[in-house]
Design a protein around this ligand. Structure first.
Ligand SMILES: N[C@@H](CCC[C@H](N)C(=O)O)C(=O)O
Length: 292
């Protein structure tokens, strides 16, 4: 079977976009995500995003995002900007676009420049499944001691749709094998039975953070939009960055601007671009992908 797709990236977080606005989500959506995301063997990506019929009367489309291992994410901060850019160039040429999601609600996006979108990401909350820890008034869990990968850490658990485990470092954040090893150890820690995304953040100025990311379901990625929001929220809550001001989150794939507002809602601004389109042959799935 042949499938039309568009490859897009936001801050280097790359997804394959499949337009299902007419037909709806395909039954093999998760299996296709595993197959198509494999770098060197197929299109290659951090995951697949299906654009589906809207869930609300005022929605322009709905978005379903699947990580490279076939697990479904609740939200995708980089992916939703690319989804808006895709819709903008495929029939919804408006500067305000509304994208529905099954469990994170509707996201409203504003086109603030050529290929530049600002998205209202909603309120940050406690990461939902940090077992045994108690958040402040049901809010994020701050300064939680955790042993993982043979090291003792202090982590901040914040959800922005997806759950995130944020760690602040004095040194430049880890990359390569170190990022993969620590990300995996923390991301699969028993405190997080549903798995968690991991961000290492080094404050580099009063409003700037250098960040590296290990994503559940995809491994190390060049950026994570909800992750950038979670890092900014943790930085505000721990007094490292100001509330209500733009915070620049520098990731290996690009810089995202995040503003944590007085009511705990978060604004995320960043690029969104198509890189190529094509047709891919869907093969019967042979070998399952290993856990990342
Ligand atoms: N890269 C995304 C988040 C994707 C989902 C995440 N891996 C999860 O399963 O929670 C972003 O830009 O937010």
């Amino acid at each position: 079977m042949k499938l039309n797709f568009t490859k897009m990236q936001g801050a280097g977080n790359d997804y394959i976009y499949i337009d299902c606005r007419a037909a709806g989500l395909p039954p093999d959506a998760a299996a296709w995500a595993v197959q198509l995301s494999r770098r060197h063997f197929s299109v290659g990506a951090d995951g697949v995003i299906y654009l589906c019929p809207p869930l609300r009367a005022d929605g322009d489309a709905a978005m379903r995002m699947f990580n490279a291992d076939g697990s479904e994410g609740v939200m995708c901060g980089n992916g939703v900007r690319c989804a808006a850019e895709f819709l903008y160039t495929h029939g919804v040429r408006r500067d305000c676009i509304r994208i529905d999601t099954p469990s994170a609600g509707q996201r409203v996006l504003h086109r603030v420049g050529d290929g530049l979108w600002q998205v209202e990401m909603g309120r940050f909350t406690a990461a939902p499944d940090a077992v045994g820890a108690v958040g402040l008034g049901g809010g994020p869990l701050l300064d939680v001691p955790l042993c993982a990968g043979g090291r003792a850490w202090r982590v901040h658990c914040v959800a922005v749709g997806n759950p995130h485990c944020v760690l602040f470092t004095h040194e430049p954040p880890p990359a390569g094998a170190e990022l993969a090893a620590w990300g995996r150890a923390l991301g699969h820690h028993p405190a997080f039975p549903g798995g968690i995304n991991v961000e290492f953040a080094q404050p580099i100025s009063p409003t700037g953070l250098a960040v590296t990311v290990w994503e559940r379901g995809s491994g190390a990625t060049l950026a994570c939009g909800t992750g950038a929001c979670a890092v900014a929220a943790a930085a505000v809550l721990t007094g490292r960055c100001p509330r209500g001001a733009p915070i620049l989150v520098q990731l290996p794939g690009g810089t995202l601007e995040v503003c944590v507002q007085r009511d705990d809602t978060v604004l995320l601004t960043g690029d969104a671009a198509a890189t190529f389109s094509g047709t891919v042959l869907i093969q019967p799935c042979k070998a399952p992908r290993g856990v990342v």
